[in-house]
Design a binder for this molecule. Sequence first.
Ligand SMILES: Nc1ncnc2c1ncn2[C@@H]1O[C@H](COP(=O)(O)OP(=O)(O)OP(=O)(O)O)[C@@H](O)[C@H]1O
Ligand SMILES: [Mg+2]
Length: 406
Amino acid sequence: MSCLGWFKKRRSSKSKESSGRRGSTTTTVSAVSTSRSDDSGAVRPASKSTGSTSSHRSISSLYEERGHGQLRDFDYDELQAATNGFSRAQKLGEGGFGSVYKGFVRSSPADGKAADRLAVAVKCLNQRGLQGHKQWLAEVQFLGVLEHPNLVKLLGYCAVDGERGPQRLLVYEYMPNKSLEDHLFVRAYPPLSWNRRLQIILGAAEGLAYLHEGQVQVIYRDFKASNILLDKDFRAKLSDFGLAREGPTGANTHVSTAVVGTHGYAAPDYIETGHLTVKSDVWSFGVVLYEILTGRRTLDRHRPQGEQKLLEWVAQFAPDSRNFRMIMDPRLRGEYSVKAARDIAKLAESCLLKNAKERPTMSEVVDVLRRAVQSQPDPPPPPAAAAAASGKGKRVDVAPQPVRRR
Ligand SMILES: Nc1ncnc2c1ncn2[C@@H]1O[C@H](COP(=O)(O)OP(=O)(O)OP(=O)(O)O)[C@@H](O)[C@H]1O
Ligand SMILES: [Mg+2]
């Protein structure tokens, strides 16, 4: 997926050039300058466009107050050992910011886990220079302060300025079920059931509502299927806060920024004007709703002309039309409620209104999705669970496993 703007271009991994710590200095987050340019995508407490009020608490001040103490400052050597030297075998994937590796670290009391070893995902930023650092800092500060069951948990970070240049790493709780993107679009994974799709998108909506309507308003700016990670129970967790911004404060209606994000997900009004509001995220949410219904990517160059842009294609199949069912993901094999699917499509249409002000708030979206979830009949228990309940057989892990990688 190509990205808008200048700083989400994919680059080849350089993580094998391990710098070690010899001759290096460790940088703690609180010691790092938090001055930011408007292009940074990072936290920006007060700017010409945002203004500020005396009661407004910025993310960076909240971070200094409480976030800082909660994150672990990892040793580079510990993360190198944890990932087997950032080995290819441990690599989970690579995004616009860098490569991600699975590893195990010592758990600390703050992790709240009894086990000695904790599974983690270590993200190594490829980008050198100030912008990479700013995205890393934004992620540390936002996730150091924000806490919600539908946001991925950042356990800590590592910053070393060594002989081979600066190294910036982030350490997250490990999400064993990859991302919504993998399960919707990668054929190696079993299809997601209708109920599970609804549960996942409801969780993602709750995460976004928390960002928009919490103590400090946060505009996420990168809502898309690949940033919705799935835990062992397939609960949605929003990840990647490198592009997040604080919302406008005082009398301001928007934040002015350089346009960044991902093609196919960014709101047209934001692309045209650079004016960012929470309603820009609501548009992206509408796009993902259609991805969930159709099992199609927002942009797919492998499809016939006329079907490559999802929003243009679905426009021919209005939610109340007779042919609406044509858009539904064939991998659902017809096992979904048509009424609920029409309701979700109508919700998507409202998120995708041209006039941003007419789009619903995320708590309104959550209400609609909750009703949709509640109206679903309970799925039958999986065979293993039924056997366990009747005393026959042992409990087994029924989470689907991939057959092959993309
Ligand atoms: N906490 C985590 N646990 C398990 N896997 C993760 C975790 N964080 C990221 N990954 C995996 O690492 C890969 C790269 O993720 P990353 O967020 O860097 O890129 P992306 O979301 O694919 O693209 P983009 O940079 O455009 O957001 C993805 O396959 C993702 O599923
Ligand atoms: Mg991501």
